[in-house]
Design a protein around this ligand. Structure first.
Ligand SMILES: Cc1cc2nc3c(=O)[nH]c(=O)nc-3n(C[C@H](O)[C@H](O)[C@H](O)COP(=O)(O)O)c2cc1C
Length: 209
């Protein structure tokens, strides 16, 4: 699957089929995942693969009782081993742990999409419960839980604000780029009634040339 297709097809899945994920498929996900960037290449991410029904239930209960998570054949708990991060970065360690595990989670869910799997991203959980259930040592902290499984759910149209809404040029609040970095901004100022997706407009505007 190409990258754009994986990005477009990924969605937050909340229902799963009763179908096992083969170990070889899971292995592919982690082979990709470990290529994610980490601060100082310390590779602090750790993946706890949870298939035990009792543990899945306890985990789902601790995620504000999102019991639909139990229907996923596998829950991947992405944790950081903070030992080296603390040694190198001291007070900044946690700041990097969050980012390292988030990068790994994003790689995981995109690769899962590529492999035809549904996934989600859960971080509303009781850290103490997760640590107890998974017997995590004190220096290993959980940040993201990814339920994984085959699904009948289909990706829905993404509800997102227009791309330029999120972009600021050189300083926060400056929506004027000066140069033609983002020609669409100028175009939309000229035609404010134009509400189409930025990429559709760009395609129409530039394919005529
Ligand atoms: C930090 C974070 C926490 C989230 N927590 C939950 C959650 O607890 N339960 C859930 O069903 N989805 C959760 N999501 C998924 C979001 O609801 C979802 O990404 C958002 O609605 C956009 O939909 P999409 O992922 O299908 O594009 C979370 C996503 C992120 C990034």
């Amino acid at each position: 699957m190409d990258l754009d297709k994986a990005i477009d097809n990924r969605f937050s899945c909340r229902s799963f089929l009763d179908k096992k994920i083969e170990f070889e498929t899971l292995k592919k996900l982690f082979d990709s995942c470990i290529k994610s960037p980490t601060a100082g290449n310390l590779q602090d991410f750790r993946f706890i693969i949870v298939t035990d029904e009792g543990k899945k239930k306890e985990i789902a209960e601790s995620c504000l009782k999102q019991l639909w998570m139990c229907n996923a054949p596998v829950l991947i708990v992405i944790a950081s081993d903070l030992k080296n991060l603390i040694r190198f970065y001291e007070d900044r360690a946690e700041f990097y742990a969050v980012q390292d595990t988030a990068a790994a989670a994003q790689t995981l869910i995109l690769k899962a999409t590529d492999q035809g799997l549904g996934s989600n991203w859960i971080s509303v959980f009781d850290t103490n419960v997760i640590s107890r259930v998974l017997k995590l040592p004190d220096h290993v902290k959980p940040y993201v839980i990814v339920p994984l499984g085959y699904t009948k759910e289909q990706p829905q149209e993404k509800k997102r604000h227009a791309t330029e809404t999120f972009c600021h040029f050189n300083e926060y609040g400056n929506k004027q780029h000066g140069k033609d970095v983002f020609p669409i901004l100028k175009y939309q100022q000229e035609k404010p009634e134009e509400k189409k997706n930025i990429f559709t407009i760009l395609k129409e505007k530039f394919s005529k040339k």
